[in-house]
Each structure stands twice: as C-alpha cells, then as structure tokens.
Ligand binder design. Sequence first.
Ligand code: Z5A
Length: 213
Amino acid sequence: MKGIFITFEGPDGAGKTTQIKMLGQALEKMDKIVIYTREPGGTSISEEIRSLLLNPCNKEMVDRTEALLYAAARAQHVEEIIRPAIRKGYIVLCDRFTDSTIAYQGFGRGIDIDFLRELNEMAVAGVFPDLTLIFDLAPDVGIGRINEKRVGQAGEGKDRIEQENMDFHAKVRCGFREVALSEPQRCKVIDAGRDKETIHSEVIQLVKEVLGL
Ligand code: Z5A
C-alpha cells in the first residue's frame, strides 16, 4: 500500500510545527503510522547541512550556495526517509519541502524560478507531495510569534534566515501565495492568523479528504 505525503509550508512562525503535532496525534488515534520530519534536516547528513544553512555566523554564504545546499539536504532526505516511508504505507508529515525553495530562494533571494523548479525536480527524483498545506500569515505576526517563543529559550538567537528584514519576509509570503495559485489541486491555503484549534479543524478536514475518510 502506498503511503501519503503531506507537506507544511508558510512563512516563519506561521504555526506549522504546532499543527503537525496536533494532526499527528489525531492520526495516531486513528491507528495510522505517522512519520514526522522536517527540512532542511531529517537525516544526519541533512541536519549537518541545516547547521551550515542556519548558522548566523555564515554571513558570507552566497545565494546560489544556499539554494544548492537546500537541494542537497532534500535529495538525501527523500532517499533516506521520505521515499521508504511512503513505500511502507506510512503517513509522512514534513515541515517544509520544495515550495520553501521557491518562496525563499526564488521570491526572497531573486534566483530564477524555473532554475529552482529544475533543481527541486532533481532533488526529489519523482517524490511529490499528495497535499501541501500553506499557512498564510502576515510576516510581522509570524516574526512576533518567534520572538515570543525565543523568550526563555536560553542561548537560542535568531537563525540566519530569520535575521532577514521584513521586506524579504513579505516577498516570501507572496511567493507562497503564488505557488498556491499555480497548483490549486495540491496546495491548500490556510489562514494561520486564527486560533490553533480552529486551524486544526480545517487541517483535519483537508487531510481526511486526501485519505478518503
Ligand atoms: N528554508 C529555505 O529558505 N528554503 C528551503 O528550501 C527550506 C527552508 C526547506 C528553516 O527554519 C528555515 O529554512 C526557514 C526557511 C528556510 N526559515 N527560517 N528561519 P526552521 O525549520 O527552524 O523554522 P520554521 O520552519 O520557519 O519554523 P518556525 O519558525 O519555528 O515556525 P512554525 O513551525 O511555522 O511555527 P510554530 O513553531 O508552530 O509556532 C511558532 C510560535 O507561535 C510558537 O510559540 C507557537 O506556540 C505559536 N503559535 C502557533 N500557532 C499559533 C496560533 N494559531 N496562534 C498564536 N500562536 C501560535
């Protein structure tokens, strides 16, 4: 039996991680096997690449290096975690995937979108999400949530991408909206400015449709 692959996308602080946990718990109560993973990351090689990408000391990283590193982390993640889990019939919940590359490196950094699409295709080698939930939120609200979350987390400052200015984050939000418009079958936009439970109800509804429940 083929599994289901669901990706969670959106600007920083949109509440993806929160909703993945809530959805995962609900699915586990239905006796589904759930794999939780994230990008960049999910494997030891990809987590090492993540450290390079998010380390605020790496200020000299050029945009092409950044794009290629996200793709390299993705290729490893797909082969080690995502493809095998789908083959086993599991439900894979992935915090960020290819659309983040289009939104951040394409719309945010200005790298050619067609080039990034080809790069994504090479990285995923045929593994595409069945459903993508795009959490839409004004960047100042998202960054505000992250700042609040950081209070009390000793030693954790903003990462390299979070340190970008509001103009960058606004472009990223537009990027996600464009992705959603270009692939309405796969991508569902969720208003992430509402309370967690209301968002969770919408998420469950959309996921049940994909699962045929
Ligand atoms: N990136 C890229 O540029 N290109 C790529 O191809 C890929 C990624 C794959 C990964 O960072 C970074 O890499 C990311 C994009 C870039 N940018 N940055 N930085 P990450 O994985 O560390 O961070 P993230 O994915 O942006 O996650 P996040 O910032 O932690 O946000 P989140 O997961 O969407 O939100 P959350 O942790 O669930 O919630 C944040 C806070 O808000 C928390 O305190 C919650 O309790 C609270 N929250 C959640 N929902 C609500 C609601 N509904 N109301 C009020 N408060 C809420």
